[in-house]
Structure formats: C-alpha cells, structure tokens
Ligand binder design. Sequence first.
Ligand SMILES: Nc1ncnc2c1ncn2[C@@H]1O[C@H](COP(=O)(O)OP(=O)(O)OP(=O)(O)O)[C@@H](O)[C@H]1O
Length: 365
Amino acid sequence: MNESAETSGLLQLGWQSFRHLETASIEPRAGINVIHGRNAAGKTSLLEAIHFLARSKSFLTHRVSRVIQTGASEATVWGKVDADRSVHRLGVRHGNGETRVRLNGRDVTVLSEAAWLIPLQVINTEAQRLLTDGPAVRRAFLNWGVFHVEHHYRDDWRRYQRALRQRNAALRHGDRRLAAAWEPEMAAAGEAVDRRRRRFLDELVPRALAMAAAWLPGIDLDWQFRAGWRGGYAFADVLAGARERELAQGFGLYGPHRADIRFTADGIDASGHLSRGQQKLLVAALKMALIEYWGKASTQCPILLIDDLPAELDAPHRQDLTQRLEQSMAQIFLTAIDADQLPSFHEAAWFHVEHGQVSQGPRGV
Ligand SMILES: Nc1ncnc2c1ncn2[C@@H]1O[C@H](COP(=O)(O)OP(=O)(O)OP(=O)(O)O)[C@@H](O)[C@H]1O
C-alpha cells in the first residue's frame, strides 16, 4: 500500500455522457482499485475517463469525439486530485470539436498545467507498441517521463520546438542567413533537452531493466539512447555542418525531435527478438519503474491504468507484478473480467461495472 506517498492521487472521479457509462461519480482509494465486469460492461471506458481527465485525450483513439456518448453533444469528466499537498478540482469537457479544461474554477489554456497534476501511464494489450512502433511513441514516453520530474523540461522543449519550427521555415524558403540565425537558440535549447533526457534515462532504464531481468531470466537486456545527432559532437556544430544539405532537403535532419531509445535482447533489437508476451513484460517493467521513479521524484501521486491484467500475463508473472503493485506508491486502476482471476490483494477498492453502471462493493460483487 501507498504509505510513503505524500499524496493519494484521484480522490473523486465523475463523468457525464462519456462512452456508454451512466452518469455517476466514484471515490477511488489510494493504492489499488479493481474494476471488474463482463465484456463490454464499460471497464475500459472507466480507465479511458481517467486518462481523459489527466491528458485531455483518449488512449484508445485519436478521434476524441468518440468518447461522447451516442446521442449526446458533449462528454465531461471531472475529478478531485490530491497533488502538491492540496486538493485540486479538475474538469475536462469535449464537444463541438473542442476540448475545454478547467482547473480550480478557471479555464486552462496550456494543457500541461493540468496534465502536470496527474503523472499517468497505461499498460494494456497495446503495451508492446512502445517497442515495436516508430520512435515517436518512445519520444512521447520520454517526454512525459521527464516532464513530471524536471520542472524546466517543458520550457526547454517548447523553446527547442519554436526554434526548430523557425529554422525549418527558413530552410524551406532557402533563407540560409535566417536558418543560421536560429541555430544558437536551437542548439542551446536542444542541448538542455538532451541533458535532462539523459539524466532521466540514466535513472530510469537501469531500474527497469533490472526488474525486467527478473521476469526474463537468461536474456541479456540492454539499451542505447540516440540523441538525434551524432554522438561526441556539439549540436551547434552539427547544425552548422548540415545546413547546406538541409537547405536542399527543405527541413532539419538532426536534433532531439529525432531522438530514440533502442532496447536490445541478446544484442538484437528487442522488438524483433522477444515474444509478444516478453515484450509486454519489458514494457510493464519500464512503466512500473517509471511510476516508482515518479513517486519518489515528483510531488504528485502517479497513476497506473492496467487494462485486463489477467489476459496479459501468466500466473507467476501476474503474482509478481501484483506484489510490486501493492508495494508501489502509485494509485492503480486495473480491470478484469472475472475478479477471481486476480491474485488476492491485501487492500483494494472493488468497482463492479454492468451495462455502463458502476457500483462500489466488496470483492466479486
Ligand atoms: N461513444 C459511445 N457511446 C455509447 N456507447 C459506446 C460508445 N463508445 C463505446 N460504446 C460501447 O461501450 C461498450 C464497450 O465498453 P468498454 O470497452 O468499456 O467495455 P469493457 O468492459 O472494457 O469490455 P471488454 O472486457 O470486452 O474489453 C461497447 O458496447 C460499445 O458499443
């Protein structure tokens, strides 16, 4: 249980016209919350509602409008969040192609202000895509990871992206003087982003790989970070050196926006070498290590959403993960079709979902 966490995460969660969930609110506990019910009952929708509150997005679809209940014009999720030693009221609404976020009674225009409150990760059937998809997925994981522990990361990243956009526009127009003029800013912000990313990864990845090694015995796991430009060179020199080629291409080829993390198993790319189940375990280890790191390094309570835990792991791995979840400082929401498929938790809140109706009760009810 979550004794060492200073904050307990979501104290209350409510929704209206969200997927096929009936309008209601629940009071989750710190620690473990189990959501169980039959196929299509609404379990994943409830996890999605938490994700929507934290990030104003779905983890299932790019088309946010799909969260709006059929026949309704807008979907709303609201919550009370214990973070930074106080309780915050957060609300997110989507309708008419627009997402509006309110925090403590005022509109929030910079999304990251609200996203800051809830460090959140998801483990679901798509989890292995962190390894098998393109670098953008790993960069997003990296950006969220650093964002919650390095307070100035957001500003460095924004500065970098602005300089990148301006320099790219100059490259597109063939304006070499303007492109060069943006390089000192792009290099300074890019180097700062890179330093913070490396510091974060050096903390996180060894812990994650140690956890994964226990689940994948006999496999030699390793990783490499690719900054987005050639190792051992100052970014400013790389930009200056690449300028003529980039003018011909019409856009920049190097920088933290091209970064990637490569994971290997026995020296081969993990996405090609590990089974799907093994990939999921590696990703689960990365995400578990991340929420544990967040729990120690940030003043917010991390939240972990796990969709259909029994389907994802065999019994010994499930048991082991369960123990880790119980020791974790995070608030955890996990779904299962049958509560009996889950290992016993010492303390957990149980929510039953049936035809979109959510009710709290003892285990298995
Ligand atoms: N926008 C919407 N409006 C109304 N109903 C919806 C909407 N989106 C999805 N649904 C319905 O919600 C149900 C799916 O809910 P959900 O995915 O949360 O179920 P689940 O309990 O996680 O199921 P499973 O265990 O099968 O994964 C489906 O019946 C689907 O038709």
